[in-house]
Design a protein around this ligand. Structure first.
Ligand SMILES: [Zn+2]
Length: 255
């Protein structure tokens, strides 16, 4: 049996993510936004949860942990730097590798949205689970800055292989696409992504999965080196970190 990744809605706009690795007898939840929704998906699939990998300490990513642990036999793995803010059985940090049979999840320190934020890359699955760092067509808010910190985290993850599928923690695709259309006005790939996000919303579909290649074509926060984006941000000739900051501040107030 092959690995399988399921993505579904939790709460208002969080994603529930479950990774089944039959070869390792493991079923992994990425974060725990909503125990009821995750439990229902586990039951639908006939899977027994074995692990929760936590990206960061915000309530909408950890509040389901106690109830899911109550199902029994669940190990919670979280950032060492999150400390007591996340109840965990095992602590990891950037550079660590978590092995599930022959499938490895590499841990990256990705601060900026939150100082204790970590991301997980599973090369064999070509999958990146990056919480609130990169979203389809956008990125997380800088809550524990400076801006350069989140910019550096995004740059590090963007250096992973282009065919890596990106699983962020929220479905903000439509509002992100509208912003991208303003920040990168001549970009045909952004126009297509906006049309797709509108169609997805209309049909009630999740706009969940993207790839790094697609984000490099469409996500303004990964396109700070493009003169058109710099111009739209009003920061032509500035450093990419400064352009990133201008974009992020613009997005904060964008409606
Ligand atoms: Zn968060």
């Amino acid at each position: 049996m092959n690995p399988e990744i399921r993505v579904f809605r939790c709460l208002e706009d969080n994603f529930g993510i479950l990774v089944s690795l039959p070869g390792a007898d493991a079923v992994i939840a990425i974060d725990a936004p909503d125990a009821a929704a995750i439990g229902a998906e586990l039951d639908r699939a006939g899977w027994r949860l074995t692990h929760i990998l936590v990206t960061h300490r915000h309530g909408d990513h950890i509040q389901g942990i106690p109830e899911l642990k109550g199902r029994g036999g669940v190990e919670v793995i979280a950032a060492r730097q999150a400390g007591d803010a996340v109840p965990a059985d095992r602590r990891v940090a950037g550079g660590d590798r978590i092995a599930f049979g022959d499938i490895a999840f590499d841990v990256y320190d990705t601060p900026g949205h939150c100082a204790d934020h970590i991301s997980f890359h599973a090369p064999a699955l070509k999958a990146l689970f990056c919480g609130d760092v990169i979203f389809k067509l956008g990125c997380g808010r800088v809550m524990e800055g400076p801006y350069e910190t989140l910019f550096a985290s995004i740059r590090m993850l963007a250096a992973l292989p282009d065919d890596t599928r990106v699983y962020g923690g929220h479905d903000y695709a439509l509002s992100n696409a509208r912003f991208a259309a303003a920040a990168d006005p001549g970009n045909a790939a952004v126009k297509a992504a906006l049309a797709q996000a509108e169609a997805d919303r209309e049909a009630g579909r999740l706009t969940a999965i993207t790839t790094l290649a697609q984000e490099k074509r469409t996500n303004p926060f990964l396109r700070t080196g493009d003169p058109a984006v710099a111009r739209a941000a009003g920061r032509e000739g500035a450093s990419e970190a400064e352009i990133f900051k201008a974009l992020r501040e613009w997005k904060n107030g964008f409606r």
